[in-house]
Design a protein around this ligand. Structure first.
Ligand code: GDP
Ligand code: MG
Length: 163
């Protein structure tokens, strides 16, 4: 079977938008409302010349950070278990939230290869958040804009380096 690349992160950071961008078409539903991605979605795609299975993961609508984290973990656990590389997506405009921090800590313990992505970074938005993301201890964040298609070459390179 193909190497598995999982897109993970809290609700509304743009995971499904990134999934669609990398897949080259709209497979996943993108919405302003958190909690729209109910099921894990996956699609086989080419990253340059490498075939991989790309997986989107669910978002959840609860406001309570503890609950959101618990549910994210539940939804991500199986995906992360079969992941060769995890794209950990953070919203550079919103900045780092307690849920991001929780999730980063949990991800670090999973012993998977991680690409840290600062999404919504079009027009240099979120440079400060990107700097803050170094504190996750997950390496250098890659600024991207899933919506505008910026930073995709750097992101794909980073994923391929870890496969
Ligand atoms: P998910 O819950 O993590 O899957 O997030 P979605 O992909 O559904 O996106 C949540 C919201 O963020 C939507 O309104 C998207 O249009 C918006 N969004 C996604 N990527 C970007 C981006 O690169 N820049 C900006 N400004 N908005 C984005
Ligand atoms: Mg989604």
């Amino acid at each position: 079977s193909l190497p598995v690349v999982v897109i993970a992160g809290r609700p509304n950071v743009g995971k499904s938008t990134l999934f669609n961008r990398l897949a080259g078409r709209r497979y996943a539903i993108v919405s302003d409302q958190p909690g729209v991605t109910r099921d894990r979605k996956s699609v086989d795609i080419m990253l340059q010349n490498r075939a991989v299975t790309l997986m989107d993961t669910a978002g959840w609508e609860e406001d309570d950070p503890q609950t959101v984290f618990g549910r994210m973990r539940e939804s991500s656990e199986r995906a992360v278990d079969c992941a060769d590389v995890i794209i950990f997506c953070v919203d550079a405009r919103a900045g780092i939230t307690p849920v991001d921090e929780h999730f980063a800590q949990w991800l670090r313990k999973q012993g998977r290869k991680i690409v840290l992505v600062a999404n919504k970074a079009e027009g240099h938005a979120g440079n400060i958040a990107a700097l803050e993301m170094y504190s996750f201890g997950l390496g250098e964040p890659i600024p991207v804009s899933a919506e505008h298609g910026e930073g995709m070459v750097d992101l794909v390179d980073a994923v391929l380096e870890r496969l």
